[in-house]
Design a protein around this ligand. Structure first.
Ligand code: NI
Ligand code: MN
Length: 233
């Protein structure tokens, strides 16, 4: 079937199977790589990894304008309910069929090691998470903001393999290149896409260095420019 994967810089992706599109961590207006919500953005459901401002981003506006639901932890989705947005709550280890959003696929919420402070007052809002997204015949692991941890290997084993892993490489707030390359060895995805780098100087990284580290592991490193899409079969 194939899935079109579009990266908008930072941790913002859409995964589309041709019929429907899953939008993850929509961060557009204050994202230096975007500046505005793309006019041609396709989204039927939004997944949120944690409450940091660079991940909640424009989720409420997009969800309200389009009448599409937001998926997240009970604590994070509560922020959106207050704004009159439809939400679907789930929690760690749980699976959710996305049929309610007319998406033929499902997601599992998995742990991430990070924090989840609310932009306004810094109070912790639930815990940060990642997602395993099953769409268009692919199993996609979106790690979210996280350090490396050995259960990444278990997530892949439980899926019977991961086709695409989206891993942060920016360092400072998440794992950097060395640990992300080690995570690739744990997960053994067919393809790895680096994310959460070069948004700002503090997370400046050379993705080619990551590619070099991944080469030889059997995983293909797919480096996207912000706004660029690739179709994975
Ligand atoms: Ni964060
Ligand atoms: Mn972040």
């Amino acid at each position: 079937m194939g899935v079109e994967i579009r990266w908008f810089g930072h941790a913002t992706f859409t995964f589309s199977d041709g019929a429907a599109s899953v939008l993850v961590d929509p961060f557009f207006k204050e994202n230096p790589a975007c500046g505005e919500i793309p006019a041609d953005l396709r989204a039927d459901v939004i997944l949120i990894s944690h409450a940091h401002w660079d991940h909640l981003g424009d989720a409420a506006e997009i969800a309200r304008q389009r009448g599409i639901p937001i998926v997240g932890t009970p604590e994070v989705t509560r922020l959106f309910e207050a704004e009159g947005v439809k939400v679907e709550k789930m929690n760690l280890g749980g699976n959710l069929d996305l049929g309610f959003a007319s998406v033929r696929g499902s997601v599992k919420m998995v742990p991430a090691f990070h924090t989840s402070g609310f932009p306004g007052d810094g109070r912790e809002v639930g815990v940060p998470v990642g997602y395993v997204i099953r769409l268009g015949g692919l199993r996609i692991y979106f790690a979210g903001d996280t350090c490396i941890f050995s259960d990444m290997k278990l997530f892949a084993e439980l899926e019977g393999g991961i086709d695409v892993a989206c891993l942060p490489i920016g360092d400072r707030f998440t794992m950097g290149i060395t640990e992300a390359a080690r995570a690739v060895e744990l997960i053994k995805p067919r393809i790895v896409i680096p994310m959460h780098y070069n948004t700002w100087p503090r997370i400046q990284q050379d993705p080619q260095q990551f590619r070099q580290r991944v080469e030889g592991t059997g995983t293909r490193c797919l480096i996207l420019a912000p706004g660029q899409a690739a179709t994975v079969d």
